[in-house]
Design a protein around this ligand. Structure first.
Ligand code: SF4
Ligand code: SF4
Ligand code: SF4
Length: 255
């Protein structure tokens, strides 16, 4: 298991470096259209593509299709292993807080309420897309903000400031409460569960568990691990921090 944890850290770092290089290429105008690489551009540009009769950015569609299949099967591993923004928030939080604990504790009921905001953002991006107003969301999209930082607008500055300041106080603030792609992945994940495709869950073996609560405290997505022995919460990003923090070897593992 320790090996798997190390692999995650290296995979995360590798994708962070690759994404940073891609951002550098966009900032230096070597690459021009950032949406081509974003899986969420399917939503932002979906209706434009429908109107034109062909998909505008085939590469982003391919990335989206691969990720969708993997999310249905494996859950939100993309967030725990690949996403630049997720890793940025994780590194930022680690840099400021040495302990893997919640600096600001949000109780699990409030977490569900605040967490539903991302579905509203998701719905808003779909409505805007259908109205041909995707540009409004793009003004708030953090990926666009970083890629086009040289001509950054006020909305982008605000969103990057929120992600950084709130993310320094509440781990993965954007991921937990506002990311529309997280909402979409949760829906795909849910479908994977219904269709019985989803195969990887974190599982707690109650007979080996010390009930110390360390896994709960370590979870960056603030998931209540004491509720069910099998963690089927779609917000689980498969980061394995709960396993990393557990003082026993076999109390918490992959199912
Ligand atoms: S929730 Fe959104 S921003 Fe966070 S890691 Fe997942 S895709 Fe990236
Ligand atoms: S339950 Fe475990 S693997 Fe899932 S997000 Fe929380 S710490 Fe990470
Ligand atoms: S950290 Fe391990 S021993 Fe402690 S409550 Fe979680 S699963 Fe049980």
């Amino acid at each position: 298991m320790r090996k798997l944890l190390k692999i995650r850290h290296w995979v995360q770092l590798t994708f962070f470096i690759i994404s940073s290089f891609l951002f550098y290429l966009f900032i230096s105008n070597t690459l021009l259209i950032i949406h081509k690489f974003c899986p969420y551009s399917l939503i932002c540009f979906g209706t434009i593509s429908l109107k034109q009769g062909f998909y505008l950015y085939p590469l982003s569609f391919l990335i989206f299709a691969i990720l969708t299949a993997l999310v249905a099967w494996f859950g939100r591993f993309f967030c725990g292993f690949i996403c630049f923004l997720g890793t940025y928030q994780e590194y930022l939080y680690k840099l400021i807080h040495r302990e893997t604990r919640h600096f600001i504790k949000i109780d699990h009921k409030k977490e569900i309420v605040f967490g539903s905001l991302k579905y509203i953002v998701f719905l808003a991006t779909i409505i805007l897309s259908f109205m041909g107003l995707s540009r409004i969301f793009m003004g708030f999209c953090p990926i666009v903000a970083i890629g086009w930082i040289k001509s950054i607008g006020l909305a982008s500055i605000i969103i990057l400031a929120i992600i950084t300041i709130a993310g320094a106080l509440i781990e993965r603030f954007w991921c937990r409460f506002l990311c529309p792609y997280a909402a979409l992945m949760n829906i795909i994940s849910y479908l994977g569960k219904i269709l019985r495709i989803q195969a990887f869950y974190i599982q707690i073996t109650k007979s080996s568990c010390l009930n110390c609560g360390l896994c709960n405290k370590a979870c960056p997505m603030n998931i209540d691990l004491t509720k069910d022995p099998i963690i089927k919460n779609p917000n689980c990003i498969k980061c394995m921090r709960c396993i990393e923090e557990c003082p026993t070897i076999d109390a918490i593992n992959w199912r």
